[in-house]
Design a protein around this ligand. Structure first.
Ligand code: FDP
Length: 304
C-alpha cells in the first residue's frame, strides 16, 4: 500500500508542495480529533461575516502554524483570518480551513480546501501549481493534484501507534456520463438559465445529491459524474463561494481529473479576484454538462 510520503517522491511533486501536503495531512488528523469538542459558536465573525465556531478557529490556527513551519510558504490567506500571515518560502497558500460549517452540528461531512499559488494573492487560478482538499466524512481523506493526476489518500492506522495516509485511488477521472447534480442556495433565487437547466437534468433522470458542504457534494460529482454548483443568484450575482479559497482550487482539481469548471461565462480558473474575499458563481463537473450550463447562461446574458 502506497503511503503519502512515498507517493510524493514517486510522482515528482516539488519539495515545497510535498512538505505542504504532509503538513496538511498531519494537521487534518488534529482537526478531526478536535471536532467533537469544539462545535460551539464564538462571538467573532469571519471575513464573510459569518459567526465562527471554535473548530473554525482551531482548524485555522492548526493549519496556519503547521504550514508556516514547513518553511515553504510565502503567505497564507484564509477565509477565517482578516490579514494574511507571512512566511519565508515560495508558495502562496489560500485556504478555507473548515468548509461547510453548517454541517458541524448535524455531523455531516466537512472539508478543508487549499490552493497553492505561485503569485502573490489575490490572483487568478491560472497561478495555481497545485490544490488539495480534505474530507472529514466516514473516512478522513486527502485529495490533491500537484500538476499531474489527482489522487486520494485515506487516514489509516499504521502498524505502530500513529496514522498513515494510504493511497485510495490515483489517476482519478470525473465520469463523462453524468448521474448526479447538486446546486446551492434556494431554487427561487437561481437565475433563469440555472433553474431551466436543473429542470432538464431532472427530466433526464439525474439524481439530486446535496448535503451542504462543497467538498462533500463535489465528491459526488467526482465519483459518479455530474455537476456541482453554487450559482449566480438573482439577488447575489456573484454567488457565495470564494474564488481564492474555494472555487479556484476545486476548479484546478476538476481540470486535472478531466472535468471543466465555469463561472457561467468561461473557465473558472481565469476569474481574476480583486480582493481576497471576492466570490464567484461556480459550476464544476463532467465537461459536457458544465459546458451545456455555460452555453445556456451565455445565451441569456451574452454581454458578459
Ligand atoms: P457553509 O456556509 O456551511 O460553510 O463554503 C460555504 C458553504 O458552506 C459550502 O460548503 C456549501 O456548499 C455552501 O456554503 C452551502 O450554502 P447554502 O446553505 O446556501 O446552500
Amino acid at each position: 500500500m502506497t503511503k503519502l510520503e512515498d507517493y510524493l517522491v514517486q510522482n515528482g511533486s516539488s519539495r515545497d508542495l510535498a512538505r505542504i501536503l504532509l503538513a496538511i495531512a498531519e494537521s487534518s488528523l488534529s482537526v478531526r480529533d478536535q471536532l467533537p469538542f469544539s462545535t460551539k459558536l464564538t462571538s467573532s465573525v469571519n471575513t464573510s461575516g459569518e459567526r465562527q465556531t471554535e473548530i473554525d478557529i482551531f482548524a485555522n490556527d492548526v493549519f496556519a502554524s503547521s504550514l508556516l513551519a514547513t518553511g515553504s510558504v510565502a503567505e497564507i490567506a484564509s477565509e477565517e483570518m482578516a490579514e494574511v500571515k507571512k512566511g519565508h518560502g515560495r508558495v502562496h497558500v489560500a485556504m478555507d480551513p473548515l468548509d461547510g460549517s453548517s454541517n458541524i452540528s448535524t455531523n455531516n461531512p466537512l472539508g478543508s480546501i487549499f490552493g497553492f499559488y505561485s503569485s502573490a494573492l489575490p490572483c487568478s487560478g491560472t497561478s495555481l501549481m497545485g490544490a488539495a482538499y480534505v474530507t472529514y466524512g466516514p473516512m478522513l481523506t486527502l485529495t490533491f493534484s500537484t500538476g499531474g493526476e489527482v489522487a486520494t489518500f485515506a487516514a489509516t492506522h499504521s502498524e505502530g501507534a500513529g496514522m498513515d495516509f494510504t493511497l485510495l485511488g490515483d489517476k482519478l477521472k470525473i465520469p463523462a456520463k453524468p448521474e448526479v447534480f447538486g446546486l446551492g442556495g434556494q431554487r427561487k433565487d437561481w437565475i433563469g438559465p440555472v433553474e431551466r437547466f436543473v429542470a432538464s437534468l431532472e427530466a433526464r433522470g439525474l439524481k439530486l445529491r446535496y448535503g451542504g458542504t462543497f467538498v462533500g457534494d463535489y465528491n459526488q460529482a467526482l465519483r459518479y459524474g455530474g455537476i456541482f454548483g453554487y450559482p449566480a443568484l438573482k439577488n447575489k450575482p456573484q454567488g457565495k463561494l470564494r474564488i481564492l479559497y474555494e472555487a479556484a482550487p476545486m476548479a484546478y482539481i476538476t481540470k486535472h481529473c478531466g472535468g471543466y469548471s465555469s463561472n457561467g461565462h468561461g473557465d473558472a480558473l481565469l476569474v481574476e479576484p480583486t480582493s481576497l474575499a471576492d466570490s464567484t458563481p461556480i459550476y464544476l463537473g463532467s465537461t459536457s454538462l458544465v459546458l451545456e450550463m455555460e452555453t445556456l447562461i451565455r445565451a441569456t446574458d451574452p454581454a458578459s
